[in-house]
Design a binder for this molecule. Sequence first.
Ligand code: NAP
Length: 352
Amino acid sequence: MSDNRIPVAVLGATGNVGQRFIQLLQDHPWFRVAELVASERSAGKKFSDATVWRLGAEMPEAVRDMTVLDYSADLQSVVAFSGLPSEVAGEIETRLAANGIAVVSNTATHRMEPDVPLIIPEVNADHLAAIKTQQANRGWKGFITTNSNCSVMHLVLTLKPLQDAFGLKKVLVTTMQAVSGAGYPGVPSLDMIDNVVPYIGSEEEKMETEAMKMLGGFVDGAFNTADFVLSAHCNRVPVRDGHTECVSIELGSDATPADVIATFESFRALPQELGLPSAPARPVVVRYEDNRPQPQLDRDTERGMASVVGRVRPCPVLGLKYVLLGHNTIRGAAGAGILNAELLKAKGLLPA
Ligand code: NAP
């Protein structure tokens, strides 16, 4: 049977994020996994021999016998989804983009560059205009788009409707981040069991800078940063998947918790209008119980593609506070990349 779906590559295919890409892309209506890339350790092996599959259910049949490619391989795919470590991503992603591939990256390396879009389709789809600037600046046939860090992704999904409705002045966020966010094997178990680690390298800086880029504008070929202040405390906690965040906000105009809940509930944007295959029907889902959201119970809401909010209430310091939860390797990583690629296709921006 012929398969007319667009061929895609997964870079870092054996890793946490790479495996999520493969899982989420099985049976995708538009994309077909055609190439798998990992380090020299895995290259040349069958994917099933190179990989310890760590997600629920079986490794998808379609990838089991594929040979893992070396990072220097010339790829034939139209899109390369990147789950590479940031130390190696720069050179590999740049070479592929120069060669005409649409690189859709999870990695921090290129996110803050002045001609690279950092996209959440519900938030700043207009930033895709930076692709033209990037190709003109660099003489590339392809391009690089990025998605954000996993904790800021969910924070910004909830800030966007509030910014549009009320404006934002100050945001204070404290995260409790899952262990899977550190890759595999990640944090040693003896550091993690019975413990909280109050430091995640560069995470607070990423939250503070990436939010400003995504919630700012792209005007006359340049990004403007948003004009509110954000302070982040980031902690690693012994949870497998799902980042929890406690958020306090000073809005630009008065709003009651009921106003804010109504704003979250009614939030819909371009991915929902376009009916993109991975788009959640509700990007922000509100829970009304006193003790929700919780990682075990709520991380798979909308197939892991929504941010789940609860405990919306007054804050005596900044005015309003709430708790949010989001899946870090689905909406926070691979699912975000796939939704970005769906938006690129829907807008006719993928290379011919
Ligand atoms: P990981 O589990 O450690 O996986 C890393 C992957 O990269 C493996 O497939 C590894 O292949 C491959 N790799 C390493 N060096 C390579 C090289 N020189 N050339 C080609 N491939 C190479 O890490 P992860 O958690 O999936 O994270 C991947 C990226 O996504 C990171 O940049 C991370 O910051 C970002 N991210 C992660 C999350 C999350 O929640 N985990 C969320 C958002 C963003 P081998 O198996 O062959 O070594």
